[in-house]
Design a protein around this ligand. Structure first.
Ligand code: ADP
Ligand code: MG
Length: 585
């Protein structure tokens, strides 16, 4: 007796209609999800020409009975839900019952399937959704499906497919995410004769990450585990020294389903705050488990997004979990990038970062990602607070002995068998930033002659509302009328000119929002104050000043990057040096 039944029309209509098959990658996603829903332990995928010519998926799942196999290709045929009520509690990946029907409608299909308990299987051939051949066959347990000539009868859609490498890349992205979400299942993925991925299927997320991103990166990752009554999170995230130009390395899994939710990605990015440069993204695999009754998965035809009953709770939970994983405990090994010299073919010595890998995952001393592109306004507004909560017990850097200053911009120091180079401006900026974050009020010095400053109407409106707030940052301001203000005091360390520049810069940045948001104003203000207050590059420092700065830096909460996310400190190990002098292999 078959288990598939047609949904009643009302239920069927409740399921939002939509395009399931957009490109080869969406076919791959649906087929693999079916294999996973069928309880497969091992899934094989081969794509030819970016999936445009052929996609083969084989599994060792439960298989289908004859009548089910025929029914499976009808729209709204599913074994996964029976009534609209079931939509509220979905635990399978599929439930809409439209993938096979949609795929079959625009391709040629060969499928054979055998139930565990039966001796033979059934094979079908379909063209544009019609069965053209049917045969009882001997086949191995499970289901194998081949989709050829995608969009052969839909030339308009075929035209919009990209070249092979781009379609293959889209498929790989899907396969990676599915493999990450299902690390109990063994995935083998070929493009033509080339094996692109093989995972062990031994329930280790880290091993899947290793298979996808390589050992060098995987061993640097920080584990993520966190739990409260309602939610459970686990996964791996990159340390702040490893970051990428896009958010593609962020995988969010919710109850085993990967989703594309930009607000969750924003939250993950925001947790890194200023620890990585603006405009760069961490690598993260974040798996959230929560009561399926509290999310709606039926909000996207490709099931790529979900709706939460209480989104704020999820975001704050995620934020807490990431902060815990990122809070630095003792060891600096993961956080201080080390300099490595590799020999290139042209025999030139090049300076590269040890964290760097083929796809530009980390900052690279050579390409100077250290100069991040200015991005509009930072979204992180809680950062000033976060920093204060970190563990203060132990210095995060070793005690260093100052060797000297290089080019009046860099402090050269040593500790044990490591040589450190520290950007003096960034280091001081970090120290001041953290100090200001903790201080409630910044002292000001009174100007002997008050300065009049005129702003734009928008800025003036904003300023009127934050005159009191600005006093906390050492700006004593009085509304003179219209768009003009009298500046009577500036932060203690600043000259009048510096004070005016800081005030103008900050107000220009934040006034666009009109409404005064204290956290945002505070963050921009503290960034500017620490930047202007810090020693400049080109400034000669006495040994005692450098020692003092390094001591303060070692005791700061996050001594590895400046508040704008540029690295502060790099090291060269004795071993690397010995290698250069050919004293060691
Ligand atoms: P859905 O997955 O939303 O139920 P599909 O169109 O993807 O809809 O599949 C229809 C039905 O076919 C599924 O409900 C399932 O019973 C069956 N099916 C599809 N693929 C497989 C497979 N690889 N192994 C076993 N059963 C399958
Ligand atoms: Mg399905």
């Amino acid at each position: 007796m078959g288990r598939i039944q047609l949904l009643d029309t009302a239920t069927a209509n409740k399921i939002a209609a939509g395009e399931v098959v957009e490109r080869p990658a969406s076919v791959v996603k649906e087929l693999i999800e079916n294999s996973l829903d069928a309880g497969a332990r091992s899934i094989f995928l081969r794509v030819e020409n970016g999936g445009k010519d052929k996609i083969t998926v084989g599994d060792d799942g439960e298989g289908m009975a004859e009548d089910d196999l025929l029914l499976a290709f009808q729209r709204h045929a599913t074994s996964k839900i029976a009534t609209a009520e079931d939509l509220h509690y979905i635990t399978t990946l599929g439930f809409r019952g439209e993938a096979l029907a949609s795929i079959a409608a625009v391709s040629k299909i060969f499928i054979c399937s055998r139930l565990k308990e039966s001796t033979g299987g059934l094979a079908l051939r379909l063209e544009a959704g019609n069965v053209v051949e049917r045969q009882v066959v001997g086949c191995s347990r499970g289901t194998t499906i081949e989709v050829t000539d995608l969009f052969f009868n839909a030339p308009a859609r075929k035209k919009f497919l990209f070249n092979t490498s781009r379609e293959t890349a889209a498929i790989s992205e899907i396969v990676h995410r599915l493999a990450l979400a299902h690390n109990k299942v063994k995935f083998t993925y070929y493009s033509g004769e080339r094996m692109l991925l093989s995972t062990p299927g031994n329930n280790s997320m880290l091993e899947v990450i290793t298979a996808i991103y390589g050992y060098e990166l995987a061993e640097k990752l920080l584990p993520l585990t966190f739990e409260d009554g309602q939610y459970l999170i686990r996964g791996f995230i990159s340390p702040p020294t490893v970051h990428r130009a896009t958010a593609n390395g962020i995988t969010v899994l919710i109850n085993g389903r990967f989703i594309k939710d930009s607000s969750l990605i924003d939250t993950i990015r925001a947790a890194y705050g200023s620890r990585i440069p603006r405009g760069r993204f961490p690598l993260a695999v974040v798996e959230l488990r929560l009561d399926p009754g509290t999310i709606d998965v039926n909000v996207h035809p490709q099931k790529l997004s979900v709706k939460f009953d209480q989104p704020e709770l999820i975001h704050s939970f995620l934020n807490k979990a990431l902060n815990k994983a990122l809070s630095v405990s003792g060891t600096a090994a993961n956080y201080v990038p080390s300099i490595k010299f590799t020999e290139r073919k042209n025999d030139r010595q090049e300076l590269i970062n040890s964290n760097d890998s083929q796809d530009q995952m980390s900052f690279n001393l050579h390409t100077g990602v250290g100069k991040p592109k200015p991005v509009s306004q930072p979204k992180v507004i809680h950062e000033a607070e976060e920093l204060v909560h970190e563990d203060k017990s132990q210095p995060h850097l070793p005690a260093m002995r100052v060797v000297g200053q290089f080019q009046a911009g860099y402090i050269v120091a040593e500790a044990g068998d490591e040589l450190y180079i520290i950007d003096q401006h960034g280091a001081h900026e970090r120290v001041l930033f953290e100090r200001y974050c903790q201080e409630n009020k910044i002292s000001y010095s009174q100007l002997t002659v008050p300065q009049t400053i005129t702003f734009t109407a928008d800025e003036a409106e904003y300023l009127v509302n934050c005159i009191f707030l600005l006093q906390k940052f050492g700006f004593i301001l009085e509304h003179f009328g219209g768009n003009t203000f009298l500046l009577r005091g500036v932060p203690e360390f600043a000259t009048t000119a510096d004070g005016v520049t800081i005030l103008r810069d900050v107000i220009q940045l934040v006034a666009a929002g009109k409404q005064v948001r204290e956290q945002e104003l505070k963050k921009e203000m503290l960034l500017q104050l620490s930047c202007k207050g810090a020693v400049k590059a080109g400034q000669y420092l006495e040994a005692a000043e450098m020692e003092n700065l390094l001591r303060q830096l070692a005791n700061s909460d996050y001594p590895y990057s400046c508040p704008h996310g540029r690295p502060i400190i790099i090291k060269l190990t004795l071993r690397e040096l010995q290698k250069l002098f050919l004293r060691q292999e």
